[in-house]
Design a protein around this ligand. Structure first.
Ligand SMILES: [Zn+2]
Length: 499
């Protein structure tokens, strides 16, 4: 696996919530062609017993497509979640998808207009012929969550998913269903949802595509190639696209019998079901497609690490709710997790990691973060993963207060003291940050390494609470000094480097 990206770059968490507000629409076209491939595979594998008991690994290349100028980066965490959902959906078929690469691609044409000829061409040029290619884009068309463009083994043969649907429980699984030859359960109704005024109730013999015969409510006419979706174990469905998982329409089949669609099938448009499934015949079609000649390029490889990760990371340092010595640089450390090849590290100023989250990916069990705001509380978490295991339980979260360990016990009035920047250029102002229990009078002195007083600011008033003062140090030559704050009650010192 090659990680192309991202350490240090700022990633805004684009909420996976958006899809709850929008109905799911699939933009896959040429569904009759997909169904014909499924029927051909079925014929080819009709006497074939698929071997069970061994996992087949399928390489996936995920393109997170930002704009040309690098803006609009997408969170890798959502790509991990997408792969997790995909693997959950296909686990009982013993198909496991693994990360061949997660790549950040800067390409405005793809991310803004994937369906244009230019966008399609750009994806053809970027795709990996030996992987399932999934492009995550900022836009598709209004309401379109994703699509697959085939046919299998062609220059196209890739999946596009709009970024808000990346972590959805079934969008990737649905599109990979098309990739592996599945039509919609409402085949023939792909471009229009049932409308009693337009299509009648009972419905006519033929679906709106003019060639598909509507399946009966009791499935008694299923079997012939041009009836419904070609599966006898998916009940009649005339595209009752809905925002919810419940079906309450009174649609009737051509014989006047009420139909009862399977709302939680992966290949329909019912949204918001708690669990989606493929039927046994759909699963058989998926396995036939996977084993077919046109899918040979995605067979035969496996990830370098196949240990599932079941364990959360144990965070070590800084300890939870502790204070760190410095805000300039904090080293986060955690315990190694069995099977983890990489760790996704995040920190933010809110415990939900949704405001200003920064993300790093490392193979080590530590990560240095720098440039924090003094005395601000930061939250951090670490998610272990490998190419194959990307599901994570709710990760533990620690917090720390940056630089707050500078409390000065020997001046009773002072809660904390720090100086910044440090090292400091001798043309810069040195900022002195103080947080005091009560106000007091005192002085600031700077001594060189020989103990010689080189700067003194006497008779200063320091107020209660947080305050800062700028100190002109332009007279100091480069070197190491002792910065000393003194009051009647005591003194506190800091090492200061001038360059
Ligand atoms: Zn679809």
């Amino acid at each position: 696996m090659r990680w192309f990206l991202i350490a240090g770059s700022l990633l805004f968490f684009s909420a996976v919530k958006a899809q709850e507000d929008k109905p799911f629409l699939c933009g896959t076209e040429n569904l009759e062609e997909i169904k014909q491939v499924m029927l051909k595979n079925r014929e080819e594998f009709k006497n074939f017993q698929f071997q069970r008991g061994a996992i087949s690994y399928i390489p996936v290349k995920i393109f997170l497509v930002a704009y040309n100028d690098g803006s609009g980066q997408m969170p890798v965490l959502n790509a991990l979640r997408m792969l997790c959902q995909l693997n959950t959906a296909y686990a009982d078929m013993e198909l496991q998808f693994y990360i061949k690469e997660i790549k950040t691609l800067n390409n405005s044409t793809i991310t803004e207009t994937p369906r244009s000829s230019g966008g399609t061409l750009q994806m053809q040029l970027n795709k990996d012929p030996k992987a399932v290619n999934i492009f995550i884009t900022h836009k598709i068309l209004d309401g379109v969550a994703g699509y697959y463009i085939g046919p299998a083994g062609s220059n196209n043969d890739f999946i596009v998913i709009q970024k808000d649907y990346m972590g959805d429980v079934r969008v990737a699984a649905h599109e990979v269903g098309h990739y592996l030859s599945l039509p919609h359960t409402f085949h023939g109704w792909d471009s229009e949802a049932w409308d009693p005024v337009k299509h009648g109730n009972p419905v006519q013999k033929f679906a709106p595509d003019g060639i598909t015969i509507n399946e009966y409510a009791d499935s008694s006419n299923c079997g012939p190639k041009n009836v419904g979706d070609g599966f006898c174990d998916t009940p009649a469905d005339y595209n009752f696209g809905a925002n919810t998982c419940s079906y309450s329409l009174k649609a009737m089949d051509p014989n006047g019998k009420l139909v009862s669609p399977q709302t939680n099938n992966m290949m329909n448009y019912f949204f918001g079901c708690s669990k989606y499934l493929f039927t046994p015949q759909q699963k058989a079609a998926i396995l036939s497609s996977y084993n077919s000649t046109s899918r040979r390029d995605i067979r035969g490889t496996s990830p370098s690490e196949v240990t599932p990760i079941n364990q959360a990371v144990k965070l070590l340092k800084p300890a939870d709710k502790s204070a760190t010595a410095s805000a300039d640089s904090v080293l986060l450390e955690w315990e190694a997790v069995a099977g983890a090849a990489s760790y996704l590290v995040q920190y933010d100023i809110v415990p939900t990691f949704e405001v200003f989250v920064q993300t790093f990916i490392t193979k080590e069990t530590k990560q240095k973060i720098t440039g924090l705001v003094l005395n601000r509380t930061y939250y951090w978490r670490v998610i272990p993963f490998n190419d194959y295991s990307t599901c994570y339980p709710d990760p533990p979260r620690f917090s720390f207060k940056a630089g707050a360990l500078t409390s000065v016990r020997d001046i009773p009035e002072v809660k904390s003291l720090s100086i910044y920047p440090n090292p400091v250029a001798n043309q810069q102002l040195l900022n002195v940050y103080l947080d005091n229990h009560t106000g007091f009078s005192g002085s600031i002195s700077i001594f060189d390494l020989n103990g010689r007083l080189v700067l003194q600011v006497p008779d200063q008033k320091f107020t209660a609470g947080a305050s800062s003062k700028g100190l002109d140090i332009s007279g100091l030559r480069p070197g190491v000094y002792a910065f000393v704050l003194s009051s009647r009650g005591g003194l506190a010192s800091r090492r200061l480097t001038v360059f």
